[in-house]
Design a protein around this ligand. Sequence first.
Ligand code: NAD
Length: 307
Amino acid sequence: MAEKLRFNGRVAVVTGAGAGLGRTYALLLAERGASVVVNDLGGGRHGDGSSTKAADTVVEEIKAKGGKAVPDYNSVEDGEKIIQTALDNFGRVDILINNAGILRDRTFARISDQDWDLVHRVHLKGSFKTTQAAWPHMRKQQYGRIIMTSSQSGLCGNFGQANYSAAKYGLVGLNNTLALEGDKYNIHCNTIVPTAASRLTEDILPPDMFAELRPCLIAPVVAWLCHESCGDNGSIIDSGAGYAAQCQMYRGEGVSLRKRITDDLSIEDVRDSWEKVTDMSKATPLTTIQAATSNLMTVLEELRTAP
Ligand code: NAD
């Protein structure tokens, strides 16, 4: 068998690592040689309260197996303090897994400002704060591996999760831009879209599925994305139950709604072409902003030269 992938000398920060998915990421990275900051606020699933117990328990678990770990009890809203814990204890930060999360599910009409803000503060702002604090250190050392945690709710929408799905899709946007800005510094940013049994999903997933969806089956996928030999940057990986697949945005072939460059456009022109506008039979992936805008150039050129 090929040599095992190791993380010796690497320092990893895992947010929300006191339970669920984050705990399995921290355990696996430590088992493979990384020094790990086990961050967890230790509150309830709706963002209430705090405790040192969750992070402490996982640090003890890692140490009992001979690994290196320190706890950190800050909220991801104070991301700079979490990164400081890594610097104070291990002198660097190589890997950042933005995983901490809460839920405040309500149907759209019933979402309060607090439900909206708290979910955005933990998921989107927390990932921004923690990543921005790690960024200059990763740039300086010309190395970094960052993970964002999105959700099928973000990619597809989910009844009762408007606040959560908006924040989770926001993380995809953050991922896409960080992948571009980090590339020349060898900082890679990728996104995991997990499905696993945890306290966040115990009343959402069907009971028979819940038992099968062990979080530890996602940890190797995340660890691979964090390894120096993984070249992916900007990928969005859906994973659960030992399955993994890349997700991408697609755009249909589309159609020019005008015949000549001097033509105006009416609502009826749009209606009459709607079938072609929405036809996805010749769809292609939208991978770069250059690719996204280049077809506008082609359309304009065709209109200019139309007889
Ligand atoms: P979990 O509740 O078991 O773990 C989340 C951890 O984050 C908890 O230990 C919690 O204390 C911690 N946390 C919450 N707010 C924090 C804050 N402000 N600062 C620091 N830590 C904080 O849930 P999980 O299912 O393991 O979720 C992990 C991530 O995966 C979340 O971002 C979640 O939205 C995402 N996710 C999970 C699933 C799934 O199927 N479990 C699906 C899609 C996305």
